[in-house]
Design a protein around this ligand. Structure first.
Ligand SMILES: Nc1ncnc2c1ncn2[C@@H]1O[C@H](COP(=O)(O)OP(=O)(O)OP(=O)(O)O)[C@@H](O)[C@H]1O
Ligand SMILES: [Mg+2]
Length: 246
């Protein structure tokens, strides 16, 4: 479980996150939505402590990493996270096999002789086979997303963080990524945090949706409740997103 208490983050005096408190329970698919520039990526980066918040606690399975300076503690807690970067961030000079095996070296104690088997297993989970020897340049955008996801889950994280997993993708690939995220939760029981400005996606896949506005979560609720929210920011975002209220 991830407990976030009073999380604040500013960039040179400009407050981006202003006292966010939320619990993300095991098994949840928790989405954070909000307009561009509101601090969604900042939020997700604080959760895994790629950014250091000014204030607040980030308690992951009982361990507060909000303000720790111990690289040892951070490294240990980060082991339980997979992170799908917006751009996928595959290494162009490495093969698919080497890309997916990358985290195994740093995040697990598995023997190298197991890597080919594990990599094939993870690729199969995301619906790919016989691509181990290809380079990223030989893959379609959708395949790259799958390989990135396979790499993120290779070390079997307990938590997955997705930053704008569908931005810039065509509708078919978007549908595919959506299914992958739901699959990861269902098949591997991975607790997921998705940040996106795609409200439609968030409402379809999430157990709960949080709306980030002016540094705060102005609404945190299940999709059905979220749709009916009377909160003015939520209503406006629903309209901008072309979603009618049901
Ligand atoms: N490292 C940084 N230094 C200074 N300002 C930053 C830094 N990172 C982000 N910001 C600023 O903080 C604000 C929030 O950025 P963030 O990337 O978290 O927004 P976002 O909600 O993820 O936006 P988008 O939907 O466009 O991805 C922006 O105004 C951005 O310019
Ligand atoms: Mg962002």
């Amino acid at each position: 479980m991830i407990e976030i208490k009073n999380l604040s983050k500013a960039f040179s005096d400009r407050k981006i996150l202003d006292g966010i408190t939320v619990d993300i329970k095991d098994g949840e698919l928790f989405s954070v939505i909000g307009p561009s520039g509101m601090g969604k990526s900042t939020f997700i980066k604080c959760v895994i402590r790629l950014l250091r918040p000014e204030n607040g606690q980030i308690i992951v399975d009982g361990q507060d990493i909000g303000s720790t300076n111990s690289e040892f503690t951070l490294a240990r807690v980060r082991r339980s996270f997979g992170y799908l970067f917006q751009e996928g961030a595959l290494f162009d000079s490495l093969t698919v096999m080497e890309n997916v095996a990358f985290g195994l070296r740093y995040l697990t104690d598995k023997p190298r002789s197991d890597y080919p088997r594990i990599v094939k297993e993870k690729l199969a989970l995301v619906g790919l086979k016989d691509v181990e020897d290809l380079k990223p340049s030989e893959l379609s955008v959708g395949m790259k997303k799958r390989v990135s996801l396979a790499r993120s889950i290779a070390a079997e994280p307990k938590y997955m963080l997705y930053d704008e997993p569908t931005t810039g993708l065509d509708p078919v690939t978007t549908g595919m990524v959506k299914d992958l995220i739901t699959d990861m939760r269902e098949k591997l029981k991975i607790t997921s945090v998705v940040v996106t400005h795609d409200l439609k996606l968030a409402l379809e896949i999430s157990s709960r949706v949080a709306m980030l506005y002016n540094g705060e979560f102005v609404e945190v609720s299940e999709p059905a409740t979220f749709r009916r929210s009377e909160n003015p920011e939520v209503k406006e975002f629903m309209e901008i997103s072309g979603l009618s209220r049901k």
